[in-house]
Design a protein around this ligand. Structure first.
Ligand SMILES: Nc1nc2c(c(=O)[nH]1)N[C@H]1C(S)=C(S)[C@@H](COP(=O)(O)OP(=O)(O)OC[C@H]3O[C@@H](n4cnc5c(N)ncnc54)[C@H](O)[C@@H]3O)O[C@H]1N2
Ligand code: MOO
Ligand SMILES: [Mg+2]
Length: 402
C-alpha cells in the first residue's frame, strides 16, 4: 500500500503529452492550444475612432475654434479620408479609421448642427481624445496566446481576429468508462429490492466532460470470463479505461487479476487513503492504454477522478497546472487512521477574501448524496490526526462555488 502522494507521482509520471490535431475554430472551445498565436496585424490595426461624433485637429479647438464646417463622413469600413482644412471637421463613426490630419474626436452629445457647420460646446479636447491608437493593445508579431492555454471565449475572440480558421490543439483521449457489478441496473430500469441503479459512470462522464472528454460507457457483469473477454477488446480501442468497482477483496472482485492476465502492468494497488483505498492503477505497453481501476463506492470513485484522473488528463493535454487551492478549516476535525483523509467540505470565501472550508462529513464512501451538499475535498495528511480550526490544507474543488 502506498502513500497518496506516491500514487499521485506514479500517475503524473505516466502522463505523456497527447498528439496535436488541427480542428476548425468552431470546435476548439475548451480545448488546449498547442501552438503559439501571433498578431498578424497590430491591435488595433489603425487609429480607431471610439465615439460617434466629429474628428478635428485638437490644436484648432485649443486655439479657440468652436464651429467646424463638415467636409464629409468617415464611416466604419471606409478607407481613410483626409481632413483637408485644419479649421474643418469630418463626421466619424465608432470603429472608423481616424481621418488623416485629425487627432481628436468630439462626441455628438457635445455638439449641435448649425447649417453646414457643427458647433462644439465645452469639451476636454486633447490630442488623442476618443481615439484607440494603433498598436496600443498588442504590436504586430507579438505573441497573443501561448501553447498550453485553455481556449475559452476570450481566446476564441483573439483566434478569430487573427484569421485562424483552423487551430492546433491537443487530441482528446478516447475514454472507456466502465461500471462493474451484478447489483447494478441502468437509469431507466426499476431496480429489484436487492439492486441499485448505476450512478458512477454518469458522474464520471460528467466530471470528464468539462475537459472535452466524451466517455463511452460500458458495463461488466461479475463473471470473470466475460470481464476478460470484454476488457481485452476495450483495451485495444481506448487510450484510457476508467473502471469503477471490483477492485477490493470480494470473491467477485475480479478486475485486478483480469487486468494482469491481459498484460496490463500494475503500477500500484491500494493507496493509504480514505476514501478510495483499493485504487488500482496500471498501463498496457502494447496498446498504450492507461487504466484507472477505481473503488466502486461512489464517493471513492468521485474523489479518485478529481484527485488523480483529472490531473493526469490535464497534464496529458498539456494544460498549465495551476497551484493547488488551499482553504482554512472553520472547525476542528479529527481523523486518527494512518491514511490521507479526503474530507468533504463546503467552501466559502471570508470577508477578508480567504477560502474557508467547513466539514460536511456524511456517512462514508457510500453516501454520494452528501456530495450535493459539499463542493470540495480537503486533503488532510495522514501524518496528523487532529486538524485544528484555522489550519490551512489543500482542497480539490468539484463545483463552481461562486
Ligand atoms: N474485506 C474488505 N472489504 C472491503 C475493503 C477491504 O479493504 N476489505 N475495502 C472497502 C472499500 S474501502 C471499498 S471503497 C470497497 C471497494 O469495493 P470495490 O471496488 O470492489 O467495489 P464493489 O465491491 O464493486 O462495490 C462497492 C460498492 O459500490 C457500489 N457501486 C459500485 N459501482 C457502482 C456504480 N457504478 N454506481 C453506484 N454504486 C456502485 C456497489 O454497489 C457497492 O455498494 O470495498 C470495501 N470492502
Ligand atoms: O476507502 Mo473505501 O473507498 O472508503 O469505501
Ligand atoms: Mg468489492
Amino acid at each position: 500500500m502506498i502513500h497518496a502522494l506516491e500514487a499521485e507521482k506514479f500517475i503524473m509520471e505516466s502522463a505523456a503529452l497527447l498528439p496535436i490535431v488541427q480542428l476548425p475554430l468552431s470546435e476548439v472551445n475548451g480545448k488546449v492550444l498547442r501552438e503559439n498565436i501571433y498578431a498578424d496585424r497590430a491591435f488595433p490595426p489603425f487609429d480607431r475612432v471610439t465615439m460617434d461624433g466629429i474628428a478635428i485637429q485638437s490644436e484648432a479647438y485649443l486655439a479657440g475654434k468652436r464651429s467646424f464646417k463638415v467636409e464629409g463622413l468617415q464611416a466604419a469600413g471606409m478607407p481613410q479620408l483626409t481632413l483637408d482644412e485644419s479649421e474643418n471637421c469630418l463626421e466619424v463613426m465608432t470603429g472608423a479609421v481616424l481621418p488623416c490630419n485629425a487627432d481628436a474626436v468630439i462626441p455628438y452629445e457635445y455638439t449641435k448642427k448649425e447649417g453646414d457647420a457643427i458647433v462644439v460646446e465645452e469639451y476636454p479636447v486633447a490630442k488623442g481624445k476618443n481615439v484607440h491608437n494603433k498598436a496600443t493593445d498588442r504590436k504586430e508579431g507579438e505573441c497573443l496566446l501561448k501553447s498550453g492555454q485553455v481556449i475559452t471565449a476570450a481566446e476564441i475572440g483573439v483566434l478569430a481576429s487573427v484569421g485562424k480558421t483552423d487551430v492546433m490543439v491537443s487530441r482528446i483521449p478516447k475514454f472507456a468508462i466502465i461500471s462493474t457489478g451484478d447489483e447494478l441496473v441502468d437509469v431507466g430500469e426499476t431496480p429489484m429490492p436487492y439492486q441499485i441503479r448505476r450512478s458512477n459512470i454518469y458522474s464520471i462522464c460528467s466530471l470528464l466532460q468539462q475537459y472535452g472528454v466524451k466517455g463511452l460507457p460500458f458495463h461488466l457483469e461479475d463473471d470473470k470470463a466475460i470481464i476478460h473477454d470484454k476488457l481485452d477488446r476495450i483495451l485495444q480501442l481506448f487510450d484510457v479505461v476508467v473502471l469503477s468497482g471490483g477492485v477490493s477483496k470480494g470473491k467477485l472482485d475480479f478486475i485486478p487479476e483480469v487486468l494482469e492476465e491481459l498484460g496490463v502492468e500494475k503500477h500500484f494497488h491500494k493507496v493509504k487513503q480514505r476514501p478510495g483505498k483499493p485504487f488500482w492503477f496500471g498501463s498496457h505497453k502494447e496498446t498504450s492504454t492507461t487504466i484507472f481501476a477505481l473503488p466502486g463506492n461512489p464517493v471513492s470513485t468521485f474523489m479518485c477522478i478529481f484527485r488523480y484522473v483529472v490531473p493526469w488528463l490535464k497534464k496529458s493535454l498539456g494544460m498549465d497546472l495551476l497551484p493547488i487551492l488551499k482553504a482554512t478549516l472553520t472547525e476542528d476535525f479529527t481523523f486518527d487512521k494512518p491514511l490521507t483523509y479526503f474530507l468533504q467540505v463546503k467552501v466559502s470565501i471570508s470577508e477578508k477574501g480567504q477560502w474557508e472550508a467547513t466539514p460536511m462529513t456524511g456517512n462514508g464512501s457510500g453516501d454520494f448524496a452528501n456530495l450535493t451538499d459539499a463542493d470540495a475535498f480537503m486533503e488532510l495528511p495522514m501524518e496528523k490526526d487532529i486538524f485544528k480550526k484555522g489550519e490551512v490544507f489543500p482542497i480539490w474543488l468539484f463545483k463552481p462555488i461562486l
